[in-house]
Design a protein around this ligand. Structure first.
Ligand SMILES: Cc1cc2nc3c(=O)[nH]c(=O)nc-3n(C[C@H](O)[C@H](O)[C@H](O)COP(=O)(O)OP(=O)(O)OC[C@H]3O[C@@H](n4cnc5c(N)ncnc54)[C@H](O)[C@@H]3O)c2cc1C
Length: 204
């Protein structure tokens, strides 16, 4: 991590993966001494024409992970993402090292069940929360919904959930407490249709 004079830090990108024509994820090494609560967001961006262009991004990785992961949309002509989508391994992003946000375990009372609803890249704070052991200390059951138009848009969430069960420690903590319902509204899939209809039908 390199520090600049203007309170911004530079981070080197170590991994980039394009999931669909409109979404991608990228990771950097976790900044030195950087602490955050799973579910928080930071301001990240690029220097474009010499000026920093920053946007809010949820940290998609949990607070214990050595990787600092983000899951991003590609907005056509978006001031930041039209450039950010061209990131390659070894490039630098800039970030302001102040994590904020209220989608965190501290904001929740202990309970039986935690239900997380997301669409598209809105799953990012939840891929952090579902990989945090504290979540499973507070809740017996964690149910994650993600709704997208097409099946391929659900892949980032599916792979993240799979990675939990491949992790020796985390899989033991999570056990059968996590349920994932990836639903689609345009392309037929196992859970096809509006999530509100699925909930009303009581089939899930
Ligand atoms: C608290 C917070 C957390 C965020 N976390 C993420 C994140 O983890 N991943 C992420 O991709 N974006 C996230 N965003 C949105 C992000 O800040 C930017 O808006 C986005 O990266 C596009 O930047 P841009 O400069 O290319 O276009 P902008 O000028 O910022 O956006 C142009 C338009 O694109 C649409 N748009 C922007 N972001 C999205 C999105 N994610 N999904 C669908 N449509 C969108 C909106 O209609 C917006 O008006 C978050 C925003 C907030 C407020």
């Amino acid at each position: 991590m390199q520090k600049e004079n203007n309170g911004l830090n530079q981070l080197e990108v170590s991994k980039v993966h394009h999931w669909t024509p409109s979404t991608f994820s990228f990771s950097c090494a976790r900044p030195d001494n950087f602490r955050f609560r799973s579910g928080e967001f930071v301001m990240i961006g690029l220097k474009i024409d010499g000026k920093p262009v920053l946007r809010a991004y949820s940290i998609a990785s949990p607070n214990w992970h050595e990787e600092f992961e983000f899951y991003s949309i590609k907005v056509e002509n978006g001031p930041l993402t039209s450039k950010l989508q061209q990131l390659k391994e070894g490039d630098n992003i800039i970030f302001r090292g102040k994590p904020v946000g209220t989608l965190v375990n501290d904001a929740l009372l202990k309970g039986k069940r935690l239900i997380l609803f997301s669409t598209g890249t809105g799953i990012a704070p939840f891929t952090s929360i579902i990989r945090d052991p504290e979540t499973y200390e507070k809740f017996n059951e964690v149910i994650l919904f993600q709704t997208c138009r097409q099946i391929n848009e659900l892949e980032f969430g599916k792979r993240t959930v799979e990675s939990i069960y491949k992790d020796e420690l985390l899989s033991e903590i999570v056990s059968d407490k996590l349920k994932f319902f990836p639903t689609t509204t345009r392309e037929p899939s196992q859970y096809f249709g509006r999530v509100t209809d699925w909930l009303k039908s009581k089939k899930i």
